[in-house]
Design a protein around this ligand. Structure first.
Ligand code: ADP
Ligand code: MG
Length: 256
């Protein structure tokens, strides 16, 4: 009997410790912003693409970046990666940012493995077994020795993700990474991203039109419309929220 009480006390004590750790972890996530985009603006010719884009990314979270086609998601991501010039401020000092934006360039007549090895040479301090590690982590061993020209779109997407993760970045930017993935591929990607954010404390910004997947994957949602970003809490139905936000635009389209 006494032993049972002791064991219960031990369990309660342990649960208390876990709760405290969770609280501290929660606080850390709340406090530590590692990438911040302030009043980002971008023009292309006379057209204003981004008017006022603001993004705050914290360690340990997956942020869904949502908007209609042409809303400016890819443009925003390219600005973050310094692929475009812009006005405004992007703070990302002392952190590493990896990205998969559109289709990366591969050497089609080389294997995925060779492509990864070549990519690894662009970074210093990459361990000799980093490529093997990534192949295992992203479940690519079945086809990694085949030539990339024979890869499906989904295989290329996964190889692209490996490129983005090569340098073990603090922030990972992914533009429509689910495109072309089969359901198993989507599930592997979901588990990989959740592990990266929630266990390895990375910050992830991801865009996708697959709202059902975004709902189960993301911790919060940032919408972009008319060149401006705003955060929305979707309650329990992201698709419904998206329709509400886009309603105005759709009404205009239907009236044409
Ligand atoms: N090279 C370009 N020149 C001019 N306009 C462009 C170019 N690329 C994209 N745009 C325009 O920029 C806007 C935002 O595009 P994009 O960032 O690709 O949107 P999203 O990724 O949200 O679909 C669109 O209106 C698109 O027509
Ligand atoms: Mg895009």
């Amino acid at each position: 009997m006494e032993q049972k009480i002791n064991s219960n006390l031990h369990n309660w004590f342990y649960a208390g410790l876990q709760y405290a750790a969770w609280q501290i972890k929660g606080k850390d996530i709340e406090m530590e912003s590692i990438l911040s985009v302030n009043n980002l603006q971008k023009r292309k010719g006379k057209k204003i693409i981004l008017k006022d884009v603001n993004i705050e990314l914290h360690r340990g979270e997956i942020v869904g970046f949502i908007g209609a086609n042409g809303a400016g998601k890819t443009t925003t991501m390219k600005c973050i990666m310094d692929l475009y010039s812009y006005n405004g401020n992007i703070e990302k000092e002392n952190i590493k940012v990896g990205a998969l934006i559109e289709e990366p360039c591969f050497y089609p007549y080389m294997s995925g493995f060779r492509n990864l090895k070549i990519d690894s040479m662009y970074y210093k301090d990459i361990s000799a077994d980093r490529v093997d590690e990534l192949v295992k982590e992203l479940d690519m061993s079945q086809y990694i020795r085949q030539k990339v020209k024979n890869y499906s779109l989904g295989m290329k997407q996964r190889l692209g993700l490996a490129f983005a993760l090569m340098d073990d970045p603090d922030v990972i930017i992914l533009d429509e990474p689910m495109n072309g993935l089969d359901p198993q591929g989507v599930m592997v990607l979901r588990n990989t991203l959740k592990k990266l954010a929630h266990e390895k404390n990375k910050a992830i910004l991801i865009s996708s039109h697959i709202l059902s997947e975004m709902q189960v994957l993301c911790d919060r949602f940032l919408f972009i419309k008319d060149g401006c970003t705003f955060e929305e809490k979707p309650d329990d139905n992201l698709e419904k929220k998206y329709m509400e936000i886009m309603e105005e635009e759709m009404d205009l389209c239907l009236n044409l």
